[in-house]
Design a protein around this ligand. Sequence first.
Ligand SMILES: Cc1ncc(COP(=O)(O)O)c(C=O)c1O
Length: 462
Amino acid sequence: MMDGSPNDLSHVVEADRAHIWHHLMQHKPFETNDPRIIVEGKGMRVWDQGGKEHLDAVSGAVWTVNVGYGRERIAKAVYDQLMKMNYFAGSMGSIPGALFAEKLVEKMPGMSRVYYCNSGSEANEKAFKMVRQIAHKRFGGKKHKILYRDRDYHGTTIGCLSAGGQDERNAQYGPFAPGFVRVPHCLEYRAFEQEGAPEENYGEWAASQIEKVILAEGPETVGALCLEPVTAGGGVIVPPEGYWQKVREICDKYEILLHIDEVVCGVGRTGTWFGYQHYGIEPDFVTMAKGVASGYAAIACLVTNEKVFELFKDDDTDPLNYFRDISTFGGCTAGPAAAIENMAIIEEEGLLENTTKMGDYMLDQLQALADRHEVIGNVRGKGLFLGAELVADRGTREPMAEAKVQAVVKDCMAQGVIIGATNRSVPGKNNTLCYSPALIATKDDIDQIIAATEGALGRVFG
Ligand SMILES: Cc1ncc(COP(=O)(O)O)c(C=O)c1O
């Protein structure tokens, strides 16, 4: 396949068309067009059923394959581990589970305990359950509310959608769980749409809006605040200057646990091990999934500090006093076996440094593209996690129609470059092109991504 010669996969295509319910897709077009099957991958590139090569600028479509495709070293480690011991429930330990946890918390000063499960949604649910249990144990059930932010996403379950700040993603899936409360977003480019937003010190103001919600709800009812360090699917929102420091202060002031959802940013995406580490703050919960093993095995982790952990073992005479939760597949050993190698690759190949360097280069290139194309209203990003917001009018910042944004993505795909876009997420604001190439991206790769985007913008907008 990598030599470009198509194998005959017509039976696979027909089986897919007949039986696969694809994720996040309207299926009507498959009645007349073939579904795309990704057959093989190496480095930054993937090949489809027709043998066509694509440069993947989104790491498996959803910012996941951080170390790139075809890593033999990870596959071998997983094979060896599966032959030795594939599974035992997490009430027991495993060799890779213990060793990866040790390596992971070394990268997270202040954090100490790792709870394994198998998806980002599940990791977030675990944190929500811990917050609720702490409320019952210490505060008579009162301090149970969980704050989440407009435009953030924490997963697909009904619990996570209850903490979902993307109204179009949530639409038609309610009613949701009670006890989740929304706080305003912190996208400075759209500050003008927020009543009372100042021209200066927007970051502090945006954080103070969280405090306003806490005071309105009653601080004694608020148990936790759950935020993405840099919002992903809600539009690649890099928090403004001063925001995170103030958020931490507010949490301390009202004894609110801080839960940072690193499902996208975690393990290198923004050039540090974790996104929150750009801001010098210490969280109470960190959840992670996608990049932990780059998709070579399913693994997610909820990491807590010792303060949270201690709350669950302080009285062993109380039969309810521990975290009464299990994740069956959290006991799979392939995940931590893959994650150990994934982390070693990032260290040995200097991929954090590459991410920072190439991320800065790509941000500059996107900015230069914005200088040439009116339709790009705003460019933002951190490391190899970038977005370009498209607008119909630079003056009013009216968002570009989603269909046009999707036309840009489609044109890039036709050119053999896979980029992303915010997708049925925030009503009327699905207008941001998304880029998250693997952390191994080179200058040439980035030039190819930028050139494809420029060609597409030219064709779609003239
Ligand atoms: C920030 C964030 N949190 C949580 C999730 C949910 O992760 P999963 O799809 O593994 O359940 C996602 C998925 O895109 C995400 O972007």
